[in-house]
Design a protein around this ligand. Sequence first.
Ligand SMILES: [Ca+2]
Ligand SMILES: [Ca+2]
Length: 76
Amino acid sequence: MVARVSAPLVVTLRSSNLLEITVPASVTIPAGRSSVGSDFTVVDDAVKDGTQEVAVAGTAAGYTGGQDVVAVLDND
Ligand SMILES: [Ca+2]
Ligand SMILES: [Ca+2]
């Protein structure tokens, strides 16, 4: 079961590779909700670097952090 937060919860975001994906420093889950959306920015690096896997992690005080891996494709 996914818990809804009783007060707004600030989640700090981190990208494992800022040369591939940048993320907002944080997002806030509104009170009464269990999640929130966020836009990530994929960097067009003009380097023939193949598919890169980047971990995006979220942490919040009092909660177990989580992360997921995003595959950034290459268009060069
Ligand atoms: Ca790249
Ligand atoms: Ca590239």
